[in-house]
Design a protein. Structure first.
Length: 74
């Protein structure tokens, strides 16, 4: 989370995250998800590289989200 905060300090237009949930406890992963959803609501573009499909689908925009509902691999 600290790395995300540091990245947001410069008010970026794009935030690139590579496996932000790797090795973290489920409660922390949930907080990452809430933070990413909040950033999406604020219209920040986030490029997320993530193997955790549950997290990915929970924060995805409308295009990928429709694929997640159908059960397609994100």
């Amino acid at each position: 989370m600290l790395a995300v905060c540091v990245g947001l300090m410069s008010d970026p237009k794009l935030l690139v995250l590579d496996e932000p949930s790797l090795g973290l406890a489920p409660i922390v992963i949930g907080e990452i998800g809430r933070t990413l959803r909040r950033l999406r609501e604020e219209k920040l573009t986030v490029l997320l590289v993530e193997q955790n499909a549950k997290l990915t689908c929970s924060v995805a925009g409308s295009h990928l989200h429709s694929r997640c509902r159908r059960g397609a691999a994100p």
